[in-house]
Design a binder for this molecule. Structure first.
Ligand SMILES: [Zn+2]
Ligand SMILES: [Zn+2]
Length: 142
């Protein structure tokens, strides 16, 4: 047990766990709002974010927090208003769209792997052949 200020209302409260950021009342309120939104999306899978916030009274900001943290699944919601941090495309979860996520992964791989430049066939190939040819001839002579 530790005394802590609620992240929402600022009230001093007894936190039973280190991860608890909200007082009991706010925690309960947060859970209630979350359930409301979840229930609404279940009943209206193609609702817009404006409809959701209007019908449930939940702030858009809070909605985004749930989505970004992966707590809320809004795959069917149209025009959520979430944008990819890479290209600005509309997305329904996380921070990046699929393309940007893949590109970032590629970039990370390239940086970590230190990819070597590929040898180009054709360039210097003839010279190589001549060298090999002369070596063979020299060997035959001996
Ligand atoms: Zn509170
Ligand atoms: Zn993107």
């Amino acid at each position: 047990m530790a005394l802590r200020n609620c992240a929402n209302c600022g009230k001093l409260f007894n936190a039973p766990t280190a991860t608890m950021k909200l007082c009991m009342e706010c925690e309960r309120e947060d859970q209630k709002q979350f359930d409301q939104v979840k229930e609404y999306i279940k009943e209206h899978p193609t609702a817009t974010v404006i409809e959701i916030t209007k019908e449930t009274g939940v702030e858009r900001k809070r909605l985004y927090e749930w989505v970004r943290s992966g707590r809320l699944d809004v795959a069917g919601v149209k025009d959520l208003g979430l944008r990819c941090e890479g290209c600005g495309e509309a997305i329904t979860n996380g921070r990046f769209c699929a393309q940007c996520a893949a590109r970032l992964q590629d970039d990370a791989k390239r940086l970590l792997g230190g990819q070597k430049p590929q040898s180009r066939p054709g360039a210097g190939g003839k010279a190589g052949f001549h060298v090999a040819d002369s070596i063979v001839r020299r060997r035959r002579r001996h």
